[in-house]
Design a protein around this ligand. Sequence first.
Ligand code: SAM
Length: 207
Amino acid sequence: MTFWSKVRVSWQAFKTRRKMNRQFGKREDPFSYETTPYESARLAAMDAALGPGPLGPVLEVGCAEGHFTARLTGRSSRVLAVDISAVALERARRRAPKADFAEADLMTWNPGPEAPFDAVVLGDVLYYLDRPGVGAEFEALFPRIASWLKPGGRLLLAHGFSSDKERAHRRSFRERFERAGLRLVSETVPDADRGGVRCLLSALEKI
Ligand SMILES: C[S@@+](CC[C@H](N)C(=O)[O-])C[C@H]1O[C@@H](n2cnc3c(N)ncnc32)[C@H](O)[C@@H]1O
């Protein structure tokens, strides 16, 4: 990364961290995971898309307050969960005490010797990173994340959309992972709806 691209990436991370800490600072569960049928249906569909049976090491990025993390700890030998917001992570640690957590910006973070994983989960997080000025770093994310999976490992993408344009944008995440060498296993839009928002759920596999 050049000096100026590092500055742009750090600035973007600073703004996202501040926004997310503000959002989580307002109250617990700002996305209403505990009270919204859409969110429970979405998390259940994500769980099912990971396939049946127990999993080895799993990485979740953008874990927020740990609602899906807690599910993952019930079926994985080890869960590493990453988020940019310290406020969210404090609650996630309480909700999923068996998981390990890291406070980091996905754009620059690397799992190091923790990789490779049986599964990597990205739920409603990639659109926070797809911002003007950091396009090259955003494109570089796809092969980087693909490289963190074991052969046969599964990548789960779950991103909400409320229009055809947004759906195509969310689909473009999956298409970039395909170009990075992952194979599409399934893609669905579960029935659940939240004020016009639905979820594009894609499972891909490393060949
Ligand atoms: C809408 S929540 C999604 C929570 C959960 N993954 C889900 O599917 O419901 C998005 C989370 O991504 C985190 N996030 C946003 N940008 C991030 C980044 N650059 N690196 C790591 N986490 C990020 C936010 O702090 C927030 O907790």
